[in-house]
Design a protein around this ligand. Structure first.
Ligand code: NAP
Length: 499
């Protein structure tokens, strides 16, 4: 692991929740691991009136054990929307890099509301802060959401590409920063045993689930303009589908991997017209009592209109029309206020071609399962049939089970830690490329449009603490399958899951 070049990380939105909870924590971890460059500083930007000292105090109050990161934090109070403030920012950065005797390499992290993702790069560019040259580099990290539909994502991409080159733009999809998501690539492409089976000949169907047990909490105002399809499926779930379904890249490089993910997105069969109603189910959580606690319905949450039609659950069946996956359904679902928090990918292999043991054990006979658990309890599980000891040939299902936490030196870095380090090193492999983001929006756009324009498409209520509307089961059960319910034993906090 080589250290990144010396640089200054400029965070717009430095007083915000993301910076306080995730970004500074990630930087502290990188520093502990000695992965930050020899000369490094953070310049926080915001309208809030902090000084360097009061900003450090605020961060210290929000971070357990700030370690040595505080002296590296600086703050400049300015309104990021005000173009006239940018010459001052440029002068400030030039002063910082010259007093630190370092090259003026800058990362600009846009942790502001998305309405500023166009203006900030424009203003930076006007004062020359996006221009690379003479061995120095300039990069921009853009938080989610990247657009709200295909048109807005395309317009944002176009405006960024007028100012910057693609290699300077880092679009965050924090799922890609998760260790277990990257492990999908390693599992598939470093083992000889899986890849030969990873296709329509041996895979019956694939499931991707990302569930949360929490509701929208205080983010109702934001969430109501977004919904599960935009907030989770268009980005995180489709990225998982991309990694599971992609062809092997020829090398592990940013473009090689992202080219293959793009091809998957381009091969997803569009869902249009009547198919939307049949293959996409939307739901919204309703008040109910879960383990003795009364939980609010979505429409009673703070900031949510009483007649909101925003979906907090979405399940869909999609097909990837290519040689490898022709005819194999991918079932994906995500939702809030489900029984537990879990993200997993399940590969359902086809059953054995000739059933020898069914009579003795009618429950068996389904195919093997490979479960890639993304969070929590990161790991991989293979389910297979084994003989019950004793007379006859009864078959029982057993687990071959790997948990990251069982590794002696298990250390799972936070997604933002990995992503920040990658950007510092100029590696965009785990960031979404503009064309893939547009392709993903292109796929979900007709669904969003139909939901908005056709009130006859139902929005199903589901009680908090259930696996979403029952009708979601039909898109999979109609085919003699069922969703995997990953949560066998719920602990009191509702979080415990058994693979
Ligand atoms: N929080 C998370 O866990 C999380 C997770 C994933 C993605 N994100 C994304 O990351 C971004 C930041 O999230 P956040 O939760 O940190 O948001 P936030 O707390 O609402 O806002 C971040 C900062 O932006 C500044 N700001 C707010 N409105 C502004 C405006 N109209 N003009 C200029 N500055 C404004 C504020 O600082 P000043 O008032 O000091 O200017 C605020 O502290 C969002 O786009 C969000 O979607 C957040």
């Amino acid at each position: 692991m080589y250290k990144p070049d010396d640089h200054i990380l400029v965070i717009f939105g430095a007083s915000g929740d993301l910076t306080r909870r995730k970004l500074i924590y990630a930087l502290r971890e990188l520093q502990k691991l000695d992965l930050l460059p020899g000369k490094f500083a953070v310049l926080g930007i915001g309208r809030s009136a902090y000084t360097d000292d009061s900003y450090r105090e605020m961060i210290a109050e929000n971070l357990d054990d700030p370690g040595e990161i505080l002296p590296q934090l600086h703050y400049l109070s300015m309104d990021p929307e005000d173009e006239k403030a940018y010459p001052g920012l440029a002068a400030h950065l030039a002063g910082m890099s010259s007093s630190m005797q370092m090259d003026p390499n800058y990362i600009f992290y846009l942790a502001t509301p998305p309405s500023l993702y166009g203006a900030i790069p424009h203003h930076l560019s006007k004062v020359g802060l996006t221009r690379e040259g003479g061995g120095t580099w300039r990069r921009i990290i853009i938080e989610k959401p990247f657009g709200t539909d295909f048109q807005s994502a395309r317009a944002l991409n176009a405006s960024l590409l007028e100012l910057l080159q693609e290699h300077q733009i880092f679009r965050i999809d924090h799922y890609l920063g998760k260790e277990t998501v990257q492990n999908v690539l390693v599992t598939r492409f470093s083992n000889g045993i899986f890849e030969p089976l990873w296709n329509r000949n041996f895979v019956d169907h694939v499931e991707v689930t990302s569930s949360e047990n929490l509701g929208v909490g205080s983010r109702g105002g934001y969430y109501d303009h977004s919904g599960a399809l935009r907030d989770m499926l268009q980005n995180h779930l489709l990225q998982l589908v991309g990694l599971v379904a992609m062809e092997p890249p020829t090398v592990i490089s940013s473009d090689a991997i992202r080219n293959e993910v793009l091809k998957v997105f381009q091969a997803i069969r569009p869902i249009r017209g009547d198919e939307i109603r049949k293959r996409v189910i939307r739901g919204q959580y309703m008040a109910s009592s879960v383990r003795g606690e009364t939980l609010k319905g979505y429409r009673e949450e703070e900031g949510v209109p009483a007649n909101s039609r925003t979906e907090t659950f979405v399940a869909m069946k999609l097909f990837i029309d290519n040689w490898r996956w022709g005819g194999v359904p991918f079932y994906i679902r995500t939702g809030k206020r489900l029984p537990t928090r879990v993200t997993e990918i399940v590969i359902h292999f086809k059953p054995s071609p000739h059933t020898l043991f069914d009579e003795l054990h009618p429950g068996h006979g389904q195919g093997n399962l490979l479960v890639i658990r993304i969070q929590p309890d990161e790991g991989i599980l293979l389910k297979f049939g084994m003989k019950v000891q004793g007379a006859g040939y009864k078959v029982q299902e057993v687990n071959m089970d790997f948990h990251y936490k069982d590794l002696m030196d298990s250390y799972i870095p936070e997604a933002y830690q990995r992503l920040l380090l990658d950007c510092m090193q100029g590696d965009s492999t785990l960031y979404a490329r503009g064309d893939a983001v547009e392709a993903a929006w292109k796929f979900v756009d007709p669904i969003l449009k139909a939901w908005k324009e056709d009130p006859a498409i139902p929005l199903h209520g589901y009680p908090c603490g259930t696996w979403g509307p029952e009708v979601a089961d039909q898109i999979i059960e109609g085919e003699e399958q069922s969703w995997r319910y990953p949560c066998k034993n719920l602990a009191d906090d509702g979080l415990y899951c058994e693979l």
